[in-house]
Write a protein that binds this ligand. Structure first.
Ligand code: XIL
Length: 468
């Protein structure tokens, strides 16, 4: 059983030839990927739309962006990032610990790669981020600083990093996450040493280093009207009154399924009415795993609602998703048991959420009715220098199984030594695991898990698994 994605339609005749051929290449790639063995056994994925997201967004004058990992920008990942999005945000590459791991020693390789990729693909770049309490290098975070010293370090950092990319970035998240949930200032190194005017100082330094980049303050849990977003509102209002350069606010939007704030559009509008731009900068919508097809359908509605709220307000510049594929999402690492938060699955198949974005951007897509929906997910639960423990979960939604068999091909020198709750055999790189006598049945809405130990050497890539 495989998901079929054969109905990717060809481009409209009005598209420029370069984009059409890119789309054709992407279509070929996606079809090829499904032939190799997609994760989903059921047809829950949205079909790709007639036009890529970026064309739909361009037509509305909006940004549709994604956070990216620079080292992954090749193959299918690079093709989708380039073809579907008109803006990129480095997920980690421009953070202080990435660019200046030891004092005075800079590493720009990944950040440069992302900026060059964006330029080659006619995309904007959103710089992220200059002043934050997290992901700072040890020398900075653990140093003892007088206010004068830290002030100089901050100015130098901003002059160096913003200066490096002067004229090439559309926007910077200058200050990240300055508030607590109750609207008080977060007790960070910068706040504790410099007071709340570290924010004005950072914005002023960024403007001096690149007068053309739009300067933002970015935070989470500020999507709806609440104490935290009101504190941000009051800060922006006062910065503007003082003549401090501030162009926009970033609403991160790391949302939980079922919790899109009802006041999202109203909140965007109140910032717009202050005279600043608004961007949704880090959208993802997480849910507890395993995801059911009903939850993925609900997620599509919620992606649509968030993008539509931005489309409805002219000063909302656009929406960036925090990783476009579940295989490049921070959620499973940080929120235990949660995932499935992005618009594409681990095998780069568009999920219903992709269709939700398309619809909100005024495009059309067809979501095939769910026929069956059992899927197998492979994960490495622990790994040491010569071995690892793996797990495969078979989950069903809108379908059930009375027996199962899961196959995969290892991409490196991985060898199963022991399994439990399944009968596994390995021949060369081919592994086949079928149910034990007691766990062949997977009910609708339920799941079965089996595990194994294996050896590895060199690398331990995660294989694509097929449910037969
Ligand atoms: C996350 C990255 O995606 C992870 O890879 C990293 O381990 C931690 O940071 N808010 C932000 C982002 O502003 O920079 C964070 O990115 C997610 C929360």
């Amino acid at each position: 059983m495989r998901t079929s994605r054969s109905s990717l339609s060809s481009g409209s005749s009005s598209s420029p030839p370069a984009r059409s051929s890119l789309r054709a290449r992407l279509a070929a790639l996606l079809t090829g990927a499904s032939a190799v063995g997609a994760l989903l056994a059921g047809a829950t994925a949205a079909h790709a739309a007639d036009a890529p997201l970026r064309d739909l967004a361009d037509a509305k004058g909006k940004v549709i962006g994604t956070a990216v990992t620079g080292s992954k920008l090749t193959g299918t990942y690079g093709d989708i990032a380039g073809a579907e999005f008109n803006s990129l945000t480095p997920g980690n590459a421009m953070k202080w610990e990435s660019v200046e791991p030891s004092r005075g020693t800079y590493n720009w390789a990944e950040a440069d790669r992302i900026v060059e990729f964006a330029e080659a693909h006619g995309q904007q770049v959103r710089g992220h981020t200059l002043v934050w309490h997290s992901q700072n290098p040890g020398w900075l975070a653990n140093g003892t600083w007088t206010a004068d010293e830290l002030s100089q370090v901050l100015d130098d950092h901003i002059a160096t990093e913003v200066g490096r990319y002067k004229g090439r970035l559309a926007a910077w998240d200058v200050v990240n996450e300055p508030f607590n949930e109750d609207g008080t200032y977060r007790q960070s190194l910068f706040y504790n040493t410099l007071g709340q005017d570290y924010i004005a100082q950072a914005l002023t330094a960024a403007r001096a280093a690149d007068p053309d980049a739009k300067l933002y303050i970015n935070d989470y849990n500020v999507e709806g009207v609440n104490a935290k977003s009101t504190a941000l509102y009051n800060l922006v209002k006062s910065l503007k009154e003082r003549g401090v350069p501030i162009d926009g606010v970033g609403l991160q939007a790391h949302l939980i399924l079922g919790q899109v704030p009802a006041t999202l559009q109203q909140n965007i509008q109140r910032f717009a009415d202050l005279g600043v731009d608004v961007a949704i900068t880090e959208l993802d919508i997480r849910m507890q795993l395993p995801a059911t097809s009903a939850e993925l359908t609900q997620q599509a509605e919620e992606y649509k609602a968030v993008v539509a709220a931005c489309v409805a307000v002219s000063r909302c510049t656009g929406v960036t998703v925090w990783g476009f594929t579940d295989s490049d999402s921070w959620i499973p690492d940080v929120f235990d048991g949660y995932g499935a938060a992005t618009p594409y699955d681990e095998n780069y198949a568009p999920k219903p959420a992709y269709g939700g974005i398309v619809t909100a951007l005024g495009g059309t897509t067809t979501t095939p009715p769910p026929t069956d929906a059992c899927s197998a997910t492979y994960s490495v639960t622990s790994q040491w220098n010569t071995g690892f423990t793996g797990q495969v979960r078979i989950s069903c939604s809108g379908a059930s199984l009375s027996s199962w068999k899961v196959n995969w091909t290892y991409g490196a020198d991985q060898r199963i030594t022991q399994s439990w709750n399944a009968n596994c055999t390995q021949t060369g790189t081919q592994v086949s695991c079928s149910n034990a006598s007691y766990n062949g049945s997977v009910p609708e809405g339920g799941s079965v898990t089996f595990g194994f130990n294996a050896s590895w050497s060199g690398s331990n890539p995660v294989p694509a698994v097929t449910l037969a």
